[in-house]
Design a protein around this ligand. Structure first.
Ligand code: NAP
Length: 346
């Protein structure tokens, strides 16, 4: 049987590298796109993955390079589009986040449809589902973020607009075209490469004592390995359809600090003990938020003191992907931050 070739965009990214590993393990030929020169050292780790020497090739391309995408996609059987800028703080949101996310998605999908690819998995996000926690509400796949903008949670705006662009294109791509979006929440876990991801940086900052106190924020912690499995299952299962929230256990910052201490993972670090929670604490934290750069401020303004809830069960029911316990994910995240030198004990 001919080897199935999968194109994965942003192959060196935190989530994508795990997808690449999983695809290689299952015997696929993988064509990965990277932004820099494929011979750069930062991509070397991808070539060490089992099966990479026989079945991984890397192509250099920028999301906005519309003319070049058709030749990159040609000959692939499926596309997994993960590449998108993931940063909260930018000075020019339209240019740095929204334009590459949306036009990049259009470029990749148009090229895929034009090349006759019939299976596309798109990495969206829970932030395309909601801009903020809403008290009492459990978000599902039928919710859409309609509030974010270039000035309010611009990263969120970029993901919501990119996902909409993907569905708009899919709607005109013919009956047999299958788009699936995976919408992960807060993804952490071990990293295949040395780069520090925006979400794992939260754990690093917490242990490094970057903030003076624990505040009332919470995350739906999702392990990067489970997110990768969801992508591959979405590609492989012909019944997979529509959006899949990938949202693990709800963990507050106070819970996270407690688990880190209980597991002995905080020893030698400056994990804060002071709590700015409850009504008074959150009011103080809001004042502190005003000193942060605009992207972080916007996130804190919309999330402090509220609990985010989402139903991530569809991914388990229909794609057969479960969620690793948060303790395991935190253990592996910290070990990995230490391994790559992002965290050093004092
Ligand atoms: P990441 O490590 O920063 O990966 C993003 C990838 O996109 C990188 O390979 C990056 O290349 C590439 N990229 C960004 N802008 C590009 C451009 N203009 N042209 C070409 N490539 C570009 O972050 P990640 O967490 O793995 O994110 C992967 C996807 O998951 C993103 O779509 C993100 O929105 C989504 N997501 C992430 C989380 C999370 O908690 N991590 C949660 C939900 C959804 P460079 O390395 O060259 O910058």
């Amino acid at each position: 049987m001919a080897t199935v070739t999968v194109l994965i965009t942003g192959a060196s990214g935190f989530i994508a590298a795990h997808v690449v590993r999983e695809l290689l393990e299952r015997g696929y030929a993988v064509r990965g796109t990277v932004r820099g020169n494929p011979s750069e050292r930062r991509y070397a780790v991808l070539r060490t993955l089992p099966g990479a020497s026989e079945r991984l090739s890397l192509r250099q391309i920028e999301l906005l390079d519309q003319a070049a995408w058709p030749s990159v996609v040609r000959g692939c059987d499926a596309v997994i589009h993960t590449a998108s800028p993931y940063r909260l703080d930018v000075t020019e949101p339209e240019r740095e986040l929204i334009e590459p996310a949306v036009s990049g998605t259009r470029n990749v999908l148009e090229a895929a449809i034009g090349a006759g690819v019939r299976r596309v998995v798109f990495t969206s996000s829970l932030v395309a589902v909601t801009d903020e926690p809403v008290p009492g509400k459990v978000f599902t796949e039928s919710d859409w973020n309609e509030r974010s903008s270039a000035t309010r949670n611009p990263y969120y705006a970029s993901k919501a607009a990119a996902e909409r662009a993907a569905w708009d294109l899919a709607a005109h791509a013919g009956e047999d075209f299958r788009l699936v979006s995976i919408n992960p929440a807060f993804v952490i876990g071990p990293s295949i490469g040395p780069a520090l991801n925006t979400s794992t940086a939260v754990v690093r900052d917490l242990l490094a004592g970057a903030a003076p106190a624990l505040v009332d924020l919470n995350w739906l912690v999702t392990d990067v390995r489970d997110v990768a499995l969801a992508h591959v299952a979405a590609m492989e299962l012909s019944a997979a359809k529509g959006r899949y929230l990938c949202a693990g256990e709800s963990v507050s910052m106070v819970d996270m600090a407690r688990i880190l201490r209980e597991e002995g993972l905080a020893d030698g670090y400056q994990l804060p003990r002071l709590r700015l929670t409850g009504r008074f604490g959150t009011a103080l934290a809001r004042v502190f938020a005003r000193t942060r750069p605009p992207g972080t401020r916007s996130y804190l303004d919309t999330h402090l003191g509220r609990t985010l809830r989402a139903d991530g069960s569809r991914v388990t029911r229909e794609l057969g992907v479960g969620y690793r316990p948060v303790r395991e994910t935190l253990r592996d995240t910290v070990a990995d931050l230490e391994r790559w030198g992002h965290l050093r004990k004092t």
